[in-house]
Structures are given as C-alpha cells and as structure tokens.
Design a protein around this ligand. Structure first.
Ligand code: ZN
Length: 429
C-alpha cells in the first residue's frame, strides 16, 4: 500500500527558495559538532545508545535549542520527542520531519542525528525569514532506531504508528539485564515538564533526511538523493545442534560437528542467494559457537541471517528456501530456523517524491532518485502518511563506524531541499 495524498496546500516557488536560502551551513555543522561531543569515542565516533545517559543528555541539548526559539516540545509514552513550530491552522495534522538520535555502540557523528538537526535548521530558517505556514511543522527524534541496546530497532516509530505495542517492548532487556521499561522511565523522568502526546496522531506527511550509508552519491558527485522506497528485510536465526566431543580422540566420521555443518549451510545459502545484478544483500554477521573451545568439537552453533531485497517477490522466494537448505546441508546435525524479523519493501508516493524533486530542481541542487538499502523509521511512517526520504552523501559510504563522515556543504544542501519541501507541504498562502 502506498499512501500518497499530501495536503492540498501550496507555496510559491519564491517563498520556497527564500526559506531554503535561509539555511545556515555553519549553524547546522556546529550543532553536529556539539552533539558529537555527547558520547564521543576515540576515532571521531559516537557511542550514544538508546535511553542511556548520553541519549538523555542529547535530548536535553536538543530541547534547549528548541526552547530558545520558543517551539513547543512534547513527548509520547515511548519517549519519541517532538518539536513543534505552530501553523496558522494549528489543528491541522502536522508536517513531520526528523530521524533518530541514538547510535550504534561504535557509531558515527551523522547517522540519525543529521535528520533531527536538519529538521531543526529548517524550522529556524523559516523563523529567520519570518515565514508562517498554514500547517504546523514538527521535528521528531524517534526512540531506539538502532536496536543495538534493545532489539529490535525502530521501536519508537513502530509503536507510534501502531505496528508494535508498547507493552511488547517493555520487557526487552539489554546485555546487562536492564529492562527497556526502566530505561524508558529514566529517560521520561529526566523531562518531567514535557507535555505527553498520544501515539497514532494523524500526520500530514513525513520526510526523513539521512546520510546515504552507501557510496553512490559520493561516487557520482551528487549532494542529494531522493529516496523512492526502502528495500524489504527478512532476518533469521539458525540453530545447528551437534554433539560436543574430544578434538583428539573422536574420528571425523563419528562427529556431529556443529561448526562444520553451519559452514556448509552458509556456503549453500550463499550460492542460493547469488544474483547476477548484485541486488541481494545477504549477511551472516553473528556466529556463536558452543562451547567455543579450540579442543572441543562444537556442540552448537547459532548464526544470524540478514537478507534484504527491494523486490517483494524475490524476497519471498529466496527467504522460503532458507529453512529447506539449512536442513539439507546440516549433515549429521540438526538445523532449526526461526524468523526474527520480516519487513516488506516500502514504496514512497509519487506526489511527495515529486515535491522533493521539484525542490531540488528549483534550488539547482544536483540529485538522483534511489532506493534505500538501509532500514529507517520512514518504513513505519510510510504506512500511516505520505512519506519520503532524502539522502546526503557520506564518505566512502561508511556508516555504523567512528569513521563515518559527511561534508558541511552536503548536509546544508540536503537541508535546503528539505526546507523547501516542508514549506511546500505545510503551505503558506
Ligand atoms: Zn539511522
């Protein structure tokens, strides 16, 4: 399903340009620098995992910037944070932009936070030009997009849109046994004066700005990518059960070696996943061996599969074969496959994508349309309102890594396109 009926309002090209040109590259860059200090780790990286003290400090800093401008700041029961610039018709569903502020444990300075800071910069650009919009515009920071501390990711946007229930998230624990529920309370208690807003509010539209996390834009020298959709994801856990045995005394023939079987399974899966046009994304990123001793034949292996593709049919056909192949290549061991995540590809609406393209053309900013390889909060939003995304290049496509880097001028170019599209959607009259 594609939701594609953005509000019927309009803004003249001149006003869109005026707003976009008020975006200040240096202000936007300095805010990234200030945020990157919170949870800074060696190598220019950031460790600001969701609902940690660092996350709470980042939220406080964002709130202080928002309040300095007089914006209304609200929060919902999963600590999604909203900064609202009022509209002339303030009861109209808001036009929303934003992303997330949490990072991977060894994350970078731009993933997520760029979308939040670009949104704030857009609001300030409108203020600086004294521009009023018909509809309110809100900047959102979604809770727990990364899923590194509490799995799965994108909890905030999933719960907001009704795709998940808050109650189902509360018992999730991190590696230290801390419940999502208690980390959430701690975060919400840090901002007791913020007004609570409900989940599933009606939104007029959602645009998420993000670094590309891939190498395409940089390679082509383009400052902006306009995203037409997000590829689908299927995640699995494969358990291979064998029998532990002495590495010196047990003959190869007599073994039920879980590592050997797991390696055969992975190799067969890689063959099955191979495609000529290199569209499939297939990753075994976690491989846990029990008992994990150099002198013991492994009793059990647990490995993860992250499989993604933009085409729903390919995703379905190949995912269906994972269990069968795992069993067939398990040899003397037993393989069990459990699916842990299933997300269909999202296609964004032509109207809202078109508005972003128009904004880039008006501003004479080079762009291309593209699909997103990574998962984003926009996946969930696309089910409840017209949604699109906007990418800016990042150095060599490196992300989820302290070396993640982006250029101030590209961040500003993306924010200019965002600002023009937001005022277009919010209307001025
Ligand atoms: Zn992100």
């Amino acid at each position: 399903m594609v939701i594609d009926s953005p509000p019927k309002v309009s803004t003249s090209r001149e006003i869109r340009l005026t707003a976009a040109q008020a975006v200040r590259e240096n202000r936007l860059w300095q805010r990234h620098v200030a945020m990157a200090r919170i949870g800074a780790i060696p190598g220019n990286g950031v460790n600001r995992q969701c609902l940690t003290h660092e996350d709470i400090r980042a939220r406080a800093l964002l709130i202080s910037w928002a309040k300095a401008r007089g914006y209304r700041v609200t929060v919902d029961d999963i600590a999604n944070l909203f900064i609202r610039r009022a509209g002339l018709d303030d009861s109209a569903p808001p036009i929303v932009t934003g992303s997330h502020m949490d990072t991977q444990p060894a994350g970078g300075r731009f993933d997520g936070i760029y979308g939040v800071l670009a949104g704030l910069e857009a609001l300030e650009a409108l203020d600086d030009q004294g521009l009023q919009t018909q509809r309110p515009i809100e900047v959102v920071a979604w809770t727990n997009e990364e899923g590194s501390r509490f799995s799965p990711g994108a909890m905030g946007s999933a719960v907001f849109t009704g795709a998940r229930l808050l109650e189902d998230c509360l018992p999730v624990t991190d590696l230290e046994g801390i419940r999502f529920e208690s980390a959430l309370h701690q975060t919400l208690n840090a901002t007791p004066s913020l007004e609570r807003v409900p989940f599933r509010r009606r939104l007029g539209a959602y645009i998420e700005a993000h670094i590309e996390q891939g190498p395409e834009l940089e390679a082509k020298g383009l400052p902006v990518g306009i995203v037409t959709g997000i590829q689908g994801s299927r995640w699995f856990l494969v358990k291979v059960e064998g029998e532990s045995a002495h590495a010196g005394t047990t003959s190869l023939r007599a073994r039920k070696d879980a590592v050997r079987s797991a390696v055969n399974i992975i190799s067969a899966l890689q063959d099955m996943m191979h495609d000529g046009d290199d569209q499939v994304r297939f990753t075994v990123g976690r491989f846990d061996v029990t008992p994990n001793s150099p002198n013991t034949v492994a009793e059990e292996v647990m490995f993860s599969i992250d499989f993604r593709h933009p085409d729903a049919a390919v995703l379905e056909t190949k995912a269906q074969r994972i269990s069968e192949i795992s069993k067939r290549f398990a040899g003397p061991c037993k393989a069990t496959v459990v699916e842990t995540f299933n997300r269909a590809p999202s296609a964004f609406g032509a109207d809202i994508v078109g508005r972003l393209e128009q904004a880039a053309q008006d501003l004479d900013i080079g762009y291309q349309t593209m699909a997103s390889g990574a998962f984003h909060d926009a996946n969930f939003l696309s089910e409840v309102c017209p949604t699109a995304m906007l990418f800016v290049p990042c150095e060599r496509g490196i992300s989820h890594n302290p070396a993640e880097n982006a250029k101030p001028e590209d961040l500003a170019a993306g924010t200019r396109v965002l600002t023009a599209a937001l005022i277009d959607l919010a209307g001025t009259v």
